[in-house]
Design a protein around this ligand. Structure first.
Ligand code: ASP
Length: 430
């Protein structure tokens, strides 16, 4: 069995065992043990991934850009990448809106369930609404462009929410290196080449610990989700089950139809090779709920298993982790309409088109960390005139859906990287 197959199987085993362990731990009252002795291994895994993400993006983009023959290629790849990212996000939104309008999961939510959810989650909903208001204060239409440019590089590198700023600095460094005369550029190019190789080695080391990390993350999450009130959790899932099914169905359709069609008709990549090759990144995305944390794994899998060139993967994937969130956008569309349906608010075509526009912008602005999507959902709700307090209805099951939408986000990034690589003649389809 190849190393990859072995690792793949071990991560799946870690995931299943972690899930079961978390539920058993909550049912048996082992919560303190799980928090004290299991959860730290998940946190260490997550931290190591975040730790390596910034140096990885920096080193791989700088070496990638500095090795280009001219900057025209960069703007061509950049334009193509952003265009495809927006197109796939719009496709995800259309799927989500069609499903939620046809299946109407919000119509059947009984009055007592509404009251219970509102009472239970209204405080948490207020906290989210406040963060959203803070985030939107004094923001002009060009603020998102302003936000890409840091005034202090170390400030942006020290927070995992500012990956786009790191991408900006790396591109700027790379372009400037391209323009320097050979002698001045050489030591820095060698340095970043070597840093790049070092960082890739570290990612390999971290991946060896992935099965344990995934186990610990899932054990902790499912212990928390079901702790104390397993009956309560099941009744919550019962009440919101239809809404969850609509989101999940949308994500599956988007991955199974949109991405598969792109891969099948526009690239020489076989679907089997793609989905088997990217699976470790999907599993890590599912367990961490963060496409930012998963980025090092996505890049490694895209290059090693899918045959995407480093030049393409180092540019397309970090950009995708920050600006391309198809799963999040689809979830936001379904959630916004579901909340409106539950509250008996009719949303016309105009409001639904507004959701598409806002969710595309939100997916660019959403940080690639757990639960970021729900803050942006508040902003969408406010803009279409649905009370933001309505998120109380869906908060209870958000963590589980976050895991699933992050998996879709990462799969989308890898699909676009494969497509861009194919179109540039930089895909080794094997
Ligand atoms: N957790 C998601 C991600 O990192 C963002 C979100 O939808 O909350 O991709």
């Amino acid at each position: 069995m190849s190393w990859f197959r072995k690792l793949h199987n071990q991560i799946i085993l870690g995931l299943i065992l972690g899930l079961l362990f978390g539920i058993v731990s909550a049912a048996m009252g082992w919560g303190t043990f799980t928090r004290n002795w299991i959860a730290p291994f998940g946190t260490i895994f997550l931290r190591s991934l975040f730790l390596i993400a910034v140096p990885l993006v920096l080193a791989s983009i700088i070496t990638g850009v500095a090795s280009l023959s001219d900057t025209r290629k960069l703007s061509r790849i950049g334009g193509k990448t952003i265009g495809i990212y927006v197109a796939t996000t719009v496709a995800a939104l259309v799927i989500g809106l069609i499903l939620v309008n046809v299946l109407r999961p919000g119509d059947g939510v009984p009055e007592d369930v509404k009251d219970r959810l509102t009472a239970e989650y209204s405080e948490a909903a207020e906290v989210r609404a406040e963060s959203a208001t803070d985030a939107m204060e004094d923001r002009g239409p060009l603020q998102f462009v302003v936000d890409m440019v840091p005034d202090n590089f170390f400030g942006s590198a020290s927070s995992n929410r500012n990956m786009l700023q790191v991408v900006f600095v790396a591109i700027l460094f790379g372009i400037a290196l391209l323009m320097l005369p050979g002698e001045s550029a050489k030591p820095l190019i060698l340095f970043f080449d070597s840093l790049n190789a070092l960082v890739i080695k570290i990612v390999e080391i971290i991946m060896k610990t992935a099965p344990v990390g995934v186990f610990a993350l899932l054990a902790d999450t499912f212990n928390q989700v079901s702790e104390g009130d397993l009956g309560g959790l099941w009744s919550l899932i019962g009440a919101l089950g239809f809404y969850m099914i609509v989101v999940l169905l949308g994500l599956i359709l988007h991955m199974g139809v949109t991405y598969s069609a792109i891969l099948k008709f526009l690239t020489p990549m076989s679907l089997k090779r793609f989905f088997v090759g990217i699976a470790p990144a999907q599993l890590v995305a599912f367990s961490t709920s963060s496409s930012g944390a998963t980025l090092p794994v996505t890049m490694e899998m895209a290059e090693k298993n899918l045959g995407v060139s480093e030049e393409v993967s180092s540019f397309v994937l970090p950009l995708g982790a920050t600006i391309n969130m198809d799963g999040t956008a689809l979830y936001q569309a379904v959630a916004a309409v579901f909340i409106a349906q539950t509250l008996g608010i009719a949303l016309g075509l105009g409001a639904q088109l507004e959701i598409i526009l806002l969710a595309v912008l939100a997916s660019i602005g959403t940080a690639a960390v757990p639960s970021a999507g729900i803050i942006m959902l508040v902003i969408i709700l406010q803009s279409i005139g649905v009370p933001a307090a309505g998120i109380a209805l869906i908060l209870g099951v958000d963590r589980i859906l976050d895991m699933c939408r992050t998996t879709c986000n990462v799969t989308g990034d890898a699909t676009v990287a494969t497509l861009v690589a194919a179109s540039e003649g930089q895909l080794d389809a094997g």
